[in-house]
Design a protein around this ligand. Structure first.
Ligand code: ADP
Ligand code: MG
Length: 674
């Protein structure tokens, strides 16, 4: 029997097949996953107010003046319209499809309502009102999970509490004792239904953060134990590598790059397959090294594969590759490849006709069978789990593997993640690079500044502008969004074409805008952080970041790294947000004064927290849902140690750990080729 916490969420009352599918899609695969979906914030009903704050969600006391119920039975629609006042200010609101509320409304002259008032002259409206009838105290508010509303999530979680087995704990007893964690269900109760307005959850949360680390580490430790070194299946002959490089690369490799190539060549002549990570700051020139590695394989008659995390990134690599791999049959496979094309590619990979394949993680798919794959590159891999699984997936091929990354996390943490990989590091930048000048600007000059940017774009420069949000957010009310700023940019950039991309724009459109930017048909690219990773536009010289203090240090560094890639002087302009904190100012100062990515990652670690919206679009680094390795490195290392001990000593396992390891084993079997 599957233990309750490991069971599919399907066993929770209210979760049907439709909901299950959505939950699974968002990686909520067990009751435990669901119960660790923590409230985004809390409503304190004792904090009722009659002062309207435009656009802010809070609890208001509404004096009812009039109300009526409209019903349309055929369309199964009902609307209760209420007019009233908050303080002295007239306010309207509408409640949809809750006709039964009418009784309560008729019988009272005041209502406690949670919602956001939109001030519109005399016609003020409460948006998405929520009537707090009997609900007293602290009410948790949950984020939606896909299309499942926060309210529905709340119901599911309440049902978990009803269905739970009180004695259960996800962690083994000895660890709970060692860390002095509070009891499992008691901790959860404090998070999901706290009884005081002072929710000081940090110490309770640690238990769950630690758990997430531990289970992640268990997987890694288990994989490590299972796999180990792999005997080489294929031999390479590399003659006159210098000539090969001269023939394909039109610049001088830096000494670190040369060293990396030497490392690769020595690996390729060794007895075991290469398992190497290539570390190097943004713009240090990792791509060319990957290409040279793949070229060695192809020259020996083998196939190569190049994986990157996004479509934009892989398309860009593919385009560069066309110039580098002349006379070699290369192809690209992504989520948006048509199914007929996909079929053809799959068959050509199997026959060996395609020598080199570029793709997103759609390349990790057991329908794909290679003729003789021998070299794999996984580019810009911040999401560690993906890299591990990809590596494992290809292990049956006995292929040589290189993972590249520009550390978003400190070196020590990174190396602990990739413990089983050999390291090559590019420390110095290619020659001739001018340092990027970073400037912090004042809001007052914004308009004037963008007029200047327009002139520079017209003069031929390429400009990135990055905003924190796609659309307005009630939580980050003061931050700029693409939607809100659209009219401003339209006006100020009149006459210059500019492109806009975000995670909401579909991938084809994104790639097309991107290509235009690359070709110079668009000179200004306005976006969210989707452009953060790896994009290489050699002649882009200006990066503008709005609300810059709201980004993490490493993220700012990554963004800044999108310019200054050629030989032209580049600039990074930072606009602080309207409510900058002292940590925020400190962050901007560090970015202005530091250009070394490793140094920045170290500092980032010491500075987490404090109004950070990093990851609003990218779902966090690595594979964690509630934890952040940079915020809790100590817990992370301890979890790593504890996991290793657990793998060694089965008597310490509880039922959940046994189940988890069984699951991993099953997955390993499924994806192994041998
Ligand atoms: P990253 O390490 O961030 O992946 P890239 O590989 O994209 O960086 O390299 C950044 C830019 O620097 C590219 O345009 C690349 O062609 C160029 N480049 C790489 N190595 C050298 C070099 N040794 N000399 C001059 N330019 C180089
Ligand atoms: Mg790169």
């Amino acid at each position: 029997m599957i233990p309750f916490l490991d069971s599919s969420p399907r066993i929770i009352k209210g979760v049907g097949d439709k909901y299950l599918e959505i939950l699974n899609r968002y990686r909520y695969n067990s009751v435990y996953d669901l119960i660790t979906h923590f409230p985004e914030h809390y409503i304190d009903t004792s904090d009722t107010d009659n002062i309207i704050e435009d656009g802010i969600e809070k609890v208001y006391l509404l004096n009812i003046k009039s109300s009526n119920l409209y019903r349309n039975y055929r369309r199964r629609l009902s609307i209760i319209n209420i007019s009233g006042t908050i303080g002295e200010v007239p306010v309207d609101m509408a409640i949809f499809n809750k006709p039964y509320m009418m009784e309560l409304i008729r019988s009272s002259d005041k209502l406690r309502v949670y919602g956001k008032v939109l001030v519109k002259g005399i016609k003020n409206k409460i948006e998405n009102p929520r009537i707090l009838k009997d609900e007293e105290g602290i009410i948790p508010v949950y984020k939606n999970i896909g299309s499942i509303s926060g309210g529905a999530v709340k119901n599911f979680i309440e049902n978990v509490f009803i269905q739970k087995e009180i004695s259960d704990d996800i962690l083994p007893v000895h660890l709970v004792k060692e860390y002095g964690f509070e009891p499992f269900w008691g901790s959860l109760e404090k998070i999901h239904s706290p009884d005081s307005a002072e929710h000081k959850f940090e110490s309770i949360r640690e238990r769950f953060i630690y758990t997430e680390f531990l289970f992640f580490q268990l997987e890694i430790a288990y994989i490590r134990e299972r796999s180990g070194k792999i005997k080489r299946g294929r031999k390479y002959l590399i003659h006159d590598p210098e000539k090969t490089i001269r023939d394909h690369v039109n610049f001088q490799l830096t000494s670190d790059q040369k060293k990396a190539v030497e490392n690769i060549m020595s690996d390729l002549s060794g007895n075991f397959t290469m398992q190497r990570i290539l570390l190097g700051d943004v713009g240090s020139g990792k791509t060319i090294i990957s290409f040279i590695f793949l070229l060695f394989a192809v020259q020996n008659g083998y196939q190569g594969a190049f994986l990157a995390p996004t479509e934009i990134l892989i398309s860009q690599h593919f385009e560069n590759a066309a110039g580098f791999f002349k006379g070699i049959n290369i192809a690209i496979l992504t989520g948006s490849t048509s199914s007929s094309e996909r079929k053809k590619i799959i068959s050509d990979l199997q026959s060996g006709k395609i020598q080199l394949i570029f793709g997103t993680h759609s390349l990790i798919n057991d329908k794909i069978i290679f003729h003789n794959l021998s070299a794999i590159v996984i580019d810009e891999q911040h999401r560690f789990g993906v890299a591990q699984r990809a590596a494992l997936f290809y292990k049956g091929e006995k292929a040589d593997l290189m993972v590249t990354t520009a550390t978003p996390i400190p070196r020590t943490l990174l190396l602990s993640l990739y413990k089983d990989l050999d390291v090559s590091e590019i420390r110095s930048m290619p020659e001739g690079r001018l340092p990027i000048e970073t400037l912090i600007l004042k809001q007052e000059i914004r308009e004037q500044f963008y007029s200047e940017i327009k002139r520079r774009a017209e003069g031929g420069e390429k400009v990135f502008i990055v905003l924190p949000l796609i659309s307005e957010s009630t939580r980050f009310k003061n931050l700029r969004s693409l939607e809100r700023e659209a009219p401003f940019f339209k006006k100020i950039f009149k006459g210059v074409t500019f492109g806009v991309i975000s995670g909401k724009v579909d991938t084809e459109e994104r790639s097309s805008v991107f290509r235009k930017f690359s070709d110079g048909d668009i000179r200004i690219l306005i976006s969210t952080t989707v452009i953060e990773v790896g994009i290489d536009i050699r002649d882009a010289t200006i990066m503008v970041i709005e609300d810059a203090d709201k980004f993490g240090l490493s993220q700012l560094h990554q963004l800044r790294g999108r310019v200054g890639r050629g030989d032209k002087k580049s600039f990074c302009y930072l606009f602080p947000s309207s409510r900058i904190t002292s940590t925020g100012s400190e962050r901007l100062r560090i970015i202005k004064e530091t250009s070394n990515g490793f140094e920045i990652a170290e500092k980032d670690l010491g500075m987490r927290g404090g109004g950070n919206i990093a990851g609003t679009e990218q779902s966090g680094y690595l594979d964690f849902r509630i934890s952040d390795i940079r915020e809790y490195p100590e817990l992370y290392f301890r979890a790593s140690r504890d996991a290793a001990a657990l793998i060694k000593n089965k008597t310490l396992h509880n039922i959940h750990i046994t189940k988890k390891l069984e699951l991993i084993e099953k997955r390993l079997k499924k994806i192994s080729f041998s």
